[in-house]
Design a binder for this molecule. Structure first.
Ligand code: AMP
Ligand code: TRP
Length: 353
């Protein structure tokens, strides 16, 4: 990491300002591709919410990214509204953060194309998310070209707004590092234009694991609904899923490298209750998995049910969410258009200065 010297110092991150004195800018995105789950919440959304008063924030529903795999138009449209409601219900505050839909700001797609020219084929081929999502060599032949250039669009999302920090889960680290490389290369070729961003990955919660297999991360694309807790799951479903979650051999409620299942459950308990893992371990010492899981079920239900209540209120008045997204798009567009005027000039497009 040392060679990737950040442009933003850690002390500045704490105060929320960059060296120049301006407030640090945060950008993050999420795909409208189905069930938002506890991993998304603990690894990403919750951190966005907690930090939003400290920074200038843009949170983006990345619908163009969702088109990199086959999707039906009706499903996509419904998923966009659901994700917007989920983010608002989780605490994204439109007065502190710009919440918008990626395709409402055309500059993302335009910048992606320009950045494709400074991105190497080999860099994209090495992306682990592409390797995971494209499967073996046989299926890789048939996946869309959009899935391959997906990280370039992500880079465009971020650097279009001069974002300093990108709060994401661990799985996105490689994409943010590529974004830095792309920004650096563009700057070297055309003169200082973009801010190379830094990932903001928390030590806890950045990788919540599947409930039915603690060696795999909790994922939207999982085949079994028992592997994740969706933010939309009702209380009984949550309790049942926690009860069925796999545990490690032995019977002790203790986190350790050789106890991946309990480590994961303890992490979830700790993040949602605000208690240290050691305190929780002590409480359940000698009491076995049953009591622990029962209480964990309640901890999760209590954290999620207020979000569900707010979501129901938002769903009852769709015009409100529509207005928030329209306002967000307008504010984002203003920044994006200004930046793209400079970018076009730098690469030699348009009339020139
Ligand atoms: P995705 O579900 O891939 O659209 O991811 C949206 C955001 O949630 C990204 O910041 C991811 O890094 C984060 N995320 C996804 N899955 C997990 C997980 N299992 N644990 C922690 N963060 C996650
Ligand atoms: N690739 C991210 C994911 O799978 C989503 C994303 C798109 C994103 N653009 C972004 C995240 C910009 C952070 C910043 O979760």
């Amino acid at each position: 990491m040392a060679v990737r010297q950040a442009d933003v110092m850690v002390s500045d991150m704490a105060s929320g300002t960059a060296e120049t004195g301006r407030r640090l800018r945060v950008f993050s995105g999420m795909q409208p591709s189905g069930n938002v789950h506890l991993g998304n919440y603990l690894g990403a959304i919750r951190n966005w919410v907690v930090q939003q008063e400290q920074y200038d924030n843009l949170f983006c529903i990345v619908d163009l990214h969702a088109l990199s795999v086959p999707t039906s138009p009706d499903t996509l449209r419904a998923n966009i509204v659901n994700l917007a409601n989920g983010m608002l219900a989780s605490g994204i505050n439109p007065a502190a953060s710009i919440l918008f839909v990626q395709s409402d700001v055309r500059e993302h797609a335009e910048l992606c194309w320009l950045l494709n020219s400074v991105t190497q084929f080999g860099e994209l081929r090495r992306m682990t998310q592409f390797k995971d999502k494209s499967g073996g060599q046989e299926t890789a032949e048939a996946v869309s070209a959009a899935l391959f250039v997906y990280p370039v669009l992500q880079a465009a999302d971020i650097i279009l707004y001069d974002a300093d920090l990108v709060p994401v889960g661990e799985d996105q680290k490689q994409h943010i590092e590529l974004t830095r490389d792309i920004a650096d290369r563009f700057n070297a070729r055309y003169g200082k234009t973009f801010v190379p961003p830094q990932p903001d990955i928390k030590p806890q919660g950045a990788r919540i694991m599947a409930l039915d297999d603690p060696t795999k991360k909790m994922s939207k694309s999982a085949t079994s609904p028992n592997s994740y807790i969706a933010l939309a799951d009702d209380a009984d479903t949550i309790r049942r899923k926690i009860k069925r979650a796999v545990t490690d051999s032995g019977g002790e409620v203790r986190g350790a490298p050789d106890k991946p299942a309990l480590t994961n459950l303890l992490t979830i308990y700790s993040l949602l209750s605000g208690e240290e893992i050691e305190v929780i371990e002590e409480r359940y010492a000698g009491r076995g998995y049953g009591a622990f899981k029962q209480d964990l079920g309640e901890v999760v239900v209590q954290a999620i049910s207020p979000i569900q209540q707010r979501r129901a209120e938002l769903e009852a008045d769709p015009s409100r969410t529509r207005a928030i997204l329209a306002d967000g798009a307008e504010r984002a567009r203003e920044q994006a258009q200004r930046k793209m005027t400079l970018v076009r000039e730098r690469v030699g497009l348009g009339p020139g200065a």
